[in-house]
Design a protein around this ligand. Structure first.
Ligand SMILES: CC(C)(COP(=O)(O)OP(=O)(O)OC[C@H]1O[C@@H](n2cnc3c(N)ncnc32)[C@H](O)[C@@H]1OP(=O)(O)O)[C@@H](O)C(=O)NCCC(=O)NCCS
Length: 137
């Protein structure tokens, strides 16, 4: 983790720094769409490889700035997983969101222990997915 830095700035980030994300998505958003969703989120944290200057992990949050925050995305590139980056991104985002009444996210059951480890609680949720819009509107 000593070769990883964390930032909320997009100043030095372009499409070239955002390669390889949305692993397994059938219609993955392009790096341009990725950059767009980062710009439009209320809060972001990026994990950057200090050598390559590329983004290797990210987390986003959207909020109503009053009561509720939602965390739509957390991803660490496969090569960089299991080094503590995902946990650090999540812990940092929960710190940013600590004054909100509600901080919610959806995840598969096998991810629940990961989020419990950073202080979140299991819940039941609902969702709808418009798969024809998976790469962006
Ligand atoms: C989930 C993800 C972000 C984890 O990132 P990571 O950097 O590999 O995670 P960390 O190295 O910080 O792991 C922290 C701890 O969680 C555990 N962990 C990692 N992935 C896990 C998983 N899928 N399920 C349960 N525990 C997990 C690690 O073993 C580690 O445990 P430890 O603290 O006891 O050593 C990463 O695997 C990923 O990008 N997956 C694909 C996208 C995804 O599923 N995102 C989440 C959507 S809800």
């Amino acid at each position: 983790m000593e070769d990883i830095e964390f930032t909320s700035s997009l100043e030095e980030i372009g499409e070239a720094e955002l390669q390889g994300f949305f692993v397994g998505w059938q219609r993955a958003p392009t790096p341009a769409r990725h950059l767009e969703l980062l710009r439009n989120s209320n809060h972001i944290i990026l994990a950057i490889d200090v050598q390559s200057k590329k983004v290797v992990g990210f987390i986003t949050a959207i909020t109503d700035k009053t009561l509720a925050a939602y965390i739509p995305f957390l991803e660490v590139l496969p090569k960089y997983q299991e080094k503590g980056i995902g946990k650090e991104l999540t812990a940092r985002m929960l710190e940013i969101l600590k004054d909100f009444y509600m901080v919610d996210l959806l995840c598969d059951p096998d991810m629940q222990s990961f989020y419990e480890n950073v202080g979140m609680n299991k819940a039941t949720g609902m969702m709808r997915r418009n798969y024809d819009k998976q790469s962006g509107i």
